[in-house]
Design a protein around this ligand. Sequence first.
Ligand SMILES: [Zn+2]
Length: 334
Amino acid sequence: MDKDYYKILGVNESDSTEQIKFAYRKLARKWHPDIAGNSAEVLSKFKKLNEAYSVLSNKVKKSEYDRMRTFYNYAKSGSKAEETRNYNSKSEHITKTSSSNPQKKFNFDWNEFINNKNNKSEKKATPINGDNIYTEVEISIQEAITGTEKVINILQTSLCPKCEGRKFVNGGLCKCCNGKGENTSHKKFSIKIPAGIKDCSKIRLHGEGGIGQHGGQNGDLYVTVRIKEENDCQLEGLNVIKKVPITPYEAVLGGIIEINSIGGNFSVKIAPNTQNGQKIRLSGCGIVQNDKIGDMIIILEIKIPKNLTNEEVNLYKKLADVASKNIRDNVYGR
Ligand SMILES: [Zn+2]
């Protein structure tokens, strides 16, 4: 077995990842071309060290390698030849080889196996499309009505520009990504939320999701817009129900109030003698969905202003003095 990674690094199968790392670092320092020179022997040695470490430091690769190694040693011992042949009948390399020498036969197969692995992961990599990223943003009903702009932060993963995901450069661990093959970064997006957006609407930002690998396309970023429930403003389907406070004198005399809705501020007229809870419907000022648009329904609530001045209180006293004697009948509408 010319590629016994344990022998190359001088470690045992039972050694810990830390021990393997330590052994690799020691040897890599010794055989680094900057120190040991650029001879073919040094380069070959350095390459083998890195190859060995790339397999033994990776749990999945290591267990696969251990399995192959055990099998190789088993076949080499020449025992139970029948069983080993059955075991390997799945491999086309074995079935094509007619050699009766198990050592030669399995050595050949093992190298093919490793080379195929390398080819698959490093050279003939198929394009992989980036994943879609899903996130949420919360807005108020008022923002849903008028439209708004929100900044969101996304943790985005991108292919390492130096090694392009191969994790190794010239036989050594890629320094740009520390051998991860990818870099993660926070990315800020400013998202325009259109006026009249419905709760749970999704906004798609094309190509802003996970980065595609080996020429694959980037994923998309999907932002779900959630509209917060509020006390003075609620949604009923596409209609917006909004409570607006008015003063007692506005209710009696009538007046003008400003309402923030789609397309900006509206002046809404309050009729004289407005009752508490009276509604005003603003047609087409609600939530938009496809070709449908809801209304805004304003519920007028008569509220006593806090911190009345003495002058205002005196005017209320005067009002009490001049009120007709049958005020109770008037209030109950009798
Ligand atoms: Zn890299």
